[in-house]
Design a protein around this ligand. Structure first.
Ligand code: SF4
Length: 362
């Protein structure tokens, strides 16, 4: 559900979205109108379900019927049918920083949404640290009471040097205040971290300072999204000129190892659920799963160079999820074919070509 349009900051050097698009708040009545339209579509779909003998439930057959155009429905009704078929319990508030709206307006929207869809149990949103650090604690609590459950923050780094260079519009201190504000309000907090964002110059500082900030916040989730520089990002020019030196896959893995080693005294769940991440196996709850996560990095770094190259190629081609998958003969054969086609002999050599392939994932 779109509460605002685009990003009110829109300056982060590593960010490919909303470029050239102006930010604006949406009118509360317009948003409520959207919710009413969603509710009307849901009623119509449930009516169809009764007529089909599904008792008002949106089964696969009912969803298919909506998609086939029975209701003469537009694209919106199809989205609603698909959403109801998937449970109709989760709502994500868009765009980049929904909580920049007045808290009373967000609460009014949430109340309207919960009234129209009482089955909604999880409402999540993106927000900037600078925004949630500014919101009064009682206002954040009122949002929780109105139904907001989780806030996703793009923290990216805890290093002030990296944050400044990347024009994040935040500092380590703001990240800490924003994160604690969210937690203290009883909301779930998910912090996104970007391995590789410090480049070669700040890799150690990026790992250590990001761990320090997270140790002060103890978010419920830490999500890894490795840096990949796409040509539409402002950072692409710095990379082109040599001003910003990208890390290789091996260096990013070593940086993640240092980062996880620095996390202490917290109980966050680490998630590595993005195709841009080389090592999806880095997943678990601290502190119990720390060693398992470090071992996943060590398994990769401990591979002989030719095996590491095959794994990197296979992973980037979407053939494997974990290091052990590379022992599958079929996967190996396909990875070897890619290696031969790209004519690469080691992971460093492959980096540039792999980056070109990865542009497609952004
Ligand atoms: S705040 Fe988020 S959406 Fe906005 S420019 Fe930065 S990374 Fe992009």
């Amino acid at each position: 559900m779109r509460l605002t349009r685009n990003c009110p900051w829109n300056k982060c050097a590593f960010c490919p979205v909303y470029k050239g698009a102006r930010f604006s708040l949406r009118d509360v009545d317009d948003i409520k109108g959207d919710i009413d339209a969603m509710a009307a579509a849901a009623e119509e779909i449930k009516g169809l379900s009764w007529r089909m003998g599904a008792g008002g439930e949106v089964t696969e057959a009912v969803a298919r019927e909506v998609f086939s155009g029975t209701l003469g429905a537009g694209q919106e009704a199809k989205y609603i049918a698909f959403w109801l078929f998937s449970g109709g319990q989760n709502v994500f508030l868009q765009d980049a920083d929904s909580l920049v709206m007045k808290p009373a307006d967000v609460a009014e929207v949430l109340a309207h949404l919960k009234k129209a869809f009482p089955g909604v149990s999880r409402i999540t949103t993106y927000a900037r640290s600078a925004t949630v650090a500014r919101i009064k604690p009682q206002d954040l609590k009122s949002l929780r009471e109105a139904g907001l459950t989780r806030v996703h923050i793009g923290m990216e780094s805890g290093s002030d040097d990296v944050l400044k260079y990347m024009k994040k519009g935040s500092t380590a201190d703001i990240h800490i205040r924003g994160g604690l504000n969210v937690r203290d309000a009883g909301l779930e907090l998910s912090e996104y971290v970007m391995p590789g964002l410090g480049g070669r110059r700040w890799t150690r500082q990026h790992a250590e300072q990001t761990a320090r900030v997270l140790n002060a916040v103890n978010p419920h989730f830490i999500r890894l999204r490795s840096l990949h520089v796409h040509r539409v990002m402002p950072l692409a020019e710095e990379v082109q000129s040599g001003e910003f030196e990208l890390l290789t896959d091996d260096e990013v893995a070593a940086e993640i190892r240092l980062f996880i080693s620095g996390l202490a005294g917290i109980t966050s769940v680490i998630v590595s659920d993005h195709i841009l991440n080389l090592l999806e196996e880095i997943e678990g709850r601290l502190p119990d799963d720390r060693q398992r996560m470090l071992s996943a990095v060590d398994r990769y770094l401990g591979l002989p160079q030719p095996e590491r190259l095959l794994f990197v190629l296979a992973r980037r081609a979407g053939l494997v999820r974990g290091v052990q998958d590379i022992s599958d003969p079929d996967v190996r054969m396909r990875a070897e074919r890619i290696r031969d086609r790209l004519a690469v002999t080691d992971t460093d050599d492959a980096t540039a070509k792999i980056r070109e392939l990865m542009d497609g994932y952004i």
